[in-house]
Design a binder for this molecule. Sequence first.
Ligand SMILES: O=P(O)(O)OC[C@H]1O[C@H](O[C@H]2O[C@H](CO)[C@@H](O)[C@H](O)[C@H]2O)[C@H](O)[C@@H](O)[C@@H]1O
Ligand SMILES: O=c1ccn([C@@H]2O[C@H](COP(=O)(O)OP(=O)(O)O)[C@@H](O)[C@H]2O)c(=O)[nH]1
Length: 475
Amino acid sequence: MSSNVLIASNRGPVSFTLSDDGALTMRRGGGGLVSGLSEAFKDSDMLWVCAALSDGDRSAARLAPGGRLDQAGYDTGRLRMLDIPPATFHRAYNAVANSTLWFVNHLLYNTPTMPHFDTRFRREWASYQEYNGAFALALAEEAAHGAKVMIQDYHLTLAPAMLRVERPDVRIAHFSHTPWAPPEYFSLLPDDVAAEVLSGILGADHAGFLTSRWAAAFMDCCAAILGARVDRAGRTVTYEGRTTRVGVHGLGVDGDALRARAAEPDVEARMTALKEQVGDRRLIVRIDRTELSKNIVRGLMAYREFLADHPEWHGRVVHLAFAYPSRHDLPEYREYTAAVQRCAKEIEDAYATEEWDPLILNVHDDYPRSLAAYRLADVLLVNPIRDGMNLVAKEGPILSPRCALVLSREAGAATELGADSLLVNPFDVSGTAAALHEALIMPEDERAERCARLRAAATALPPRRWLAEQLAALS
Ligand SMILES: O=P(O)(O)OC[C@H]1O[C@H](O[C@H]2O[C@H](CO)[C@@H](O)[C@H](O)[C@H]2O)[C@H](O)[C@@H](O)[C@@H]1O
Ligand SMILES: O=c1ccn([C@@H]2O[C@H](COP(=O)(O)OP(=O)(O)O)[C@@H](O)[C@H]2O)c(=O)[nH]1
């Protein structure tokens, strides 16, 4: 019982790979939750509790005393990695969190065939409960009397209510980094599961969301599914005699820290290499996990349509698309990666010449190369079907002095960045192609002015202040 502030999330700030000779290599974790929380966590005395996600992580966690990686000599900050049995972890993370709750909140189901909730799902759900229980137990062990515990995301919806039972003295916040589905879609879930997810989060004192749209949908679900008393204007939900406050905290980026990282030698080296590849051509950049909701295939289709409509740009533009690996244990994600590669090949086959490569697709994880790409971007394409926030949309204008942003109206980031972006309907391929053209021909002074305003909006609530706001809400 030692920590006054604790963070809990599935993915932690680092992950490990295990080589054949048994050596462990530590690297930074990927994705927006880690980008944001790592910045808030840096140099603090908070304790971060996360899950071991891979064999490498499990080896590192087992070798560290009590899973405390910092006590095993790793430069991670105070970090406890939970060694959850692999089969339990697999069912909780892949089957329930990523194939069910992620799909529901991103409206990803192809409903004539999916989802179906059967006895197999019930086993998976039991593992999700067990996994949440393991977190609740670890947090109960680690929290000082009256501590503040910040539980993150859809992997851990049950942990707030479980922790409250174990430790009624602690203050609990839950934060959703995803969108939230409207009640008519959320109620695809079996009734008891939907109710357990909602009442699990309501075990917290404060439930945070990235935008008011997602917060409103959550409150609508609480009213419709639980019959909870909801004060929408006052943002409270009262259920079984307890009131949870609902907050909106639009996570932004620490501009100085990102600029400093992007000025490091590994990024500079990749910039030199990229410049050689691209020459003086204009650059359209996109950077995503290879994630179904990021809508990469329609983005490539839009680029293809733009090339078909605008032969005057042939030889003068390159699309650099980063689609780094994500959730490859799921067949849908492997198939999606293959679909992205097929679409890219079609573009290459149709348009590439000896002198000109119209598209460079990167399917490997190379964070420094992504930072180099931001710095060189003329246009940043961010077109998700639906996204909690999308930090890529915020990082681009911070690192490029002149990039025009083509942004999906369904990304949470559109709330803050919409006024200075070219907003698109993510399903409208032709509309996106037209926006790419508009972004390329935007006059220099206009793109610089818009980019400056985008930068200000992107840095309005940097991670430390985002976390401080929620800690204050618990006081
Ligand atoms: O941990 P993974 O399964 O590899 O997925 C990476 C993260 O994806 C999601 O990120 C979300 O959080 C961002 C920061 O708030 C937000 O900008 C973005 O819109 C979201 O998609 C997920 O919610 C995280 O838990 C994952 O770690
Ligand atoms: O190879 C890479 C390229 C980018 N990013 C970072 O991953 C985050 C993506 O966050 P976003 O909110 O856009 O989406 P998410 O992947 O979390 O859904 C951003 O901070 C990117 O800089 C990364 O971790 N690895």
